[in-house]
Design a protein around this ligand. Sequence first.
Ligand SMILES: [Zn+2]
Length: 241
Amino acid sequence: MSLYRDRGVVLRTYKLGEADRIVVFLTSGHGKVRAVAKGVRRTKSRFGGRLEPLSHVELLLYEGRELDIVTQAEMIEPWRPLRDDLIRLSQGIAMAEATEQVAQEREPSDALYRMLVGALRTLAERSSPLVVAAFYWKLLSLDGAGPVLSSCASCGSSPPATPLVAFDLAEGGALCRGCRRGQPLSPAALEVMRWILGGQLARALEMPASATTGEVAHLATVSLERHLERHMRALNILELT
Ligand SMILES: [Zn+2]
């Protein structure tokens, strides 16, 4: 067995036997890693509370055949303000869950790791209505399913001659009146989505809650769910054949 160091965020944990846990990490250098933390559920565990969901930790792991073994875990960022606020904590968990579904085991994706750490850091600093939605849009984009927002995703005609009035990720993104399908899309929501995916994320994160942020968040959730369903179906087919 070989020993390796990496940094990671705890995406999820589940019980194993009497005192152990399986911990799922998103690491910087090894993608998604599933590892056993022995004795972690004992009150005097040497890992303390460092392997709770969302913890950002420096790790020393033994590589195993199926599951790795955590031998050391040092806290980098505990995100304390996030843990003291139930809404922000659930937002963090939502991002970790989406990450777990998109990330591939042992396939390095430093971009995804940095995106998740950045989003958790933002969330720990302040509450913003669009943190989770912005993360979902960027996750879709990173997974090769970023929406077309500059012209109609179906016929290619572009504003201002043809306004974009609807959104369906299955069709590729924003749609004109003639091609409309899926969800209605307001001009304000379209603009915010362009900010998020076009390098003006900070501007989107400064927005107070409004009908527009609600619309952007709803579209992000619906789009991510559809994308993950297809992703899961594709995986199931692969496993059956
Ligand atoms: Zn069209």
